[in-house]
Design a protein around this ligand. Structure first.
Ligand SMILES: Cc1cc2nc3c(=O)[nH]c(=O)nc-3n(C[C@H](O)[C@H](O)[C@H](O)COP(=O)(O)O)c2cc1C
Length: 289
């Protein structure tokens, strides 16, 4: 029996689901007089390791492409989940109006004249090497001459850098996907990557709960999320406590994080720390499957 297959249109616009997601970036450039421009681009791909070259598919009549042809460089700022709405929405404006309304901050790059977007978490600085007209598109080939990333991401264990970076991938139909989890492509033994630390919170002195205390607890969780250390969190349905699941930490770090949680340090809640071994197909159910 042949594999059942439903034909779909080759027109990418109509794909639902998208079969070729592309990383969402903001491409920054300057014109010959130094006026900056910014445009979202997701047809972006590496083309060579050595020299490190990428390509993006642009438009022959685009401002970005005109600037790059005039000045020979551009920045690629990688968009994360929290910036995605702004990145998608900014194309309702053009040129200076887009920059003024989109709320992105441009700051100087290190190796190129084009600026970078300060709100992003990782950046590539590129020098134009070639262009090619393909169909209606102008494909730009460029060498990556500098790359940088936020220090708090590089402080994480390699696999935890992915949730901390939180790359956004363009899908069709107004959707995007998050790169939230890096998984092994080869079988591996159980280890620290398959451990989570969980702290369970239960009410101790409910009279201590104030709006300020809840805000401080939420700020604690937000800081953990920004560092890529928060897997999941939330109150239980009966609202008598909650659970916080940490990743990328050892017992000592988990204890310190739990003790620093304002719900715990204030005495409002009791906390119990548990080590949790993740059993899944990734690790053949802790090597037993
Ligand atoms: C998420 C997203 C991804 C996009 N990706 C591309 C792309 O890869 N190539 C492209 O030419 N246009 C892309 N666009 C459309 C351009 O951003 C849009 O045409 C923009 O107005 C070009 O601006 P510019 O003329 O200032 O360069 C994308 C738009 C969005 C919202």
């Amino acid at each position: 029996m042949p594999t059942p297959r439903v034909p779909i249109s080759p027109d990418k616009h109509s794909w639902q689901p998208s079969l070729i997601p592309g990383v969402v970036t903001l491409v920054t450039s300057v014109d010959a007089t130094g006026v900056p421009n910014l445009a979202p681009k997701s047809f972006v791909q590496m083309v060579s390791f050595d020299p490190p070259m990428l390509m993006f598919s642009g438009q022959p009549e685009g401002n970005t492409e005109a600037n790059i042809l005039a000045t020979g460089s551009f920045g690629v700022s990688l968009v994360h989940g929290a910036l995605t709405e702004r990145a998608f929405g900014c194309i309702q404006w053009q040129g200076a109006e887009r920059l003024a309304n989109a709320g992105f901050t441009l700051e100087p790059a290190t190796a190129i004249a084009a600026p970078l977007v300060a709100e992003c978490r990782a950046w590539l600085e590129c020098e134009l090497r070639d262009t090619k007209q393909v169909g209606g598109a102008l494909v730009v080939f460029a060498e990556i001459v500098a790359a940088s990333i936020r220090p708090e991401i590089m402080e994480q264990a390699p696999r935890q850098r992915y949730p901390a970076l939180d790359l956004a991938m363009f899908l069709e139909g107004g959707l995007y996907a998050s790169v939230e989890r890096a998984r092994p492509a080869t079988p591996e033994a159980p280890g620290p990557h398959s451990t989570r630390w969980v702290y369970l919170l239960s009410h101790a002195q409910p009279e201590l709960f104030t709006q300020d205390l809840v805000r401080a607890h939420v700020a604690h969780l937000a800081a953990l999320e920004d560092q890529g250390l928060l897997e999941l969190c939330g109150p239980f349905g009966e609202r008598k406590g909650g659970m916080v699941i940490l990743r990328g930490v050892d017992r000592e770090q988990a204890e310190a994080i739990m003790a620093a949680d304002p719900f715990v340090s204030s005495g409002a809640e009791h906390a119990e720390l548990r080590e949790w071994a993740l059993s899944s197909r990734d690790n053949r159910h802790m090597g037993m499957g």
